[in-house]
Design a binder for this molecule. Structure first.
Ligand code: HEC
Length: 191
């Protein structure tokens, strides 16, 4: 009897903590994650372009400084998820990567140096919530604020950036470099 009880306890523990997502779920969260990342990038980018047109880096950097995180939060609420943009080379320390995000970033950097394509990653996090990660690749339009100082980022722009972010590490990127990652948590735990 004792052995049987033990067996049931073991089975119960095994079945109650599901540690992986089905293929279908992975597909679903990959599609949703991509949509959310794209919509957020569009929201941030669209407003940024307007500010750049209005007054260049001088206007756009203070805008990013006060609005990048609140705008991201706004999109997170809309989609009922949490959204983070993080990087190995940070501008804003509030965007610091956790251990898992740092691993994902390192893996993407490794793949990129080997000339391999980068794909989104979907898996369950420690709380049992589905989590979406995807690379953020540096584009031409990002160079004015994240490119090489003295080449893409003017000395003047750099000093504006430094005045808001004295510990800035997010310059020196080239087109096609890994700028960072999207890290999106879906709140609905898997049944
Ligand atoms: C006008 C200057 C400007 C441009 C152009 C710009 N950024 Fe940024 N970026 C910033 C600033 C300022 C921050 C810090 C925002 C904050 O305080 O949250 C930032 C933060 C980020 C972060 C968050 C991680 C971190 O380092 O804090 C990522 C990722 C990022 N930018 C990617 C991009 C990409 C990709 C592009 C092009 C599509 C781009 N940026 C274009 C100024 C810019």
């Amino acid at each position: 009897m004792y052995k049987i009880t033990l067996l049931f306890v073991a089975l119960f523990i095994l079945s109650s903590c599901s540690t992986s997502l089905s293929k279908k779920e992975v597909e679903k969260y990959t599609i949703q994650g991509k949509e959310i990342a794209q919509a957020t990038a569009k929201k941030l980018g669209g407003t940024l372009v307007e500010k750049m047109k209005d007054g260049g880096v001088k206007e756009a950097v203070p805008f990013c400084n006060t609005k990048a995180i609140p705008l991201t939060e706004e999109m997170a609420k809309k989609f009922n998820v949490s959204i983070k943009r993080t990087s190995h080379l940070l501008r804003n320390e509030n965007n610091k990567a956790n251990d898992k995000e740092a691993l994902v970033i390192n893996n993407y950097r490794d793949l990129l140096t080997k000339g391999k394509g980068l794909k989104p990653v979907v898996e369950l996090d420690n709380d049992g919530n589905p989590h979406f990660y995807a690379p953020i690749i540096l584009q031409k339009k990002c160079l004015a604020c994240h490119g090489e100082v003295g080449i893409n980022v003017t000395k003047k722009s750099d000093s504006i950036i430094e005045s808001y972010y004295p510990k800035d590490l997010a310059t020196g990127f080239k087109e096609g470099d890994l700028r960072g990652i999207w890290s999106i948590t879906f709140k609905s735990a898997v049944e």
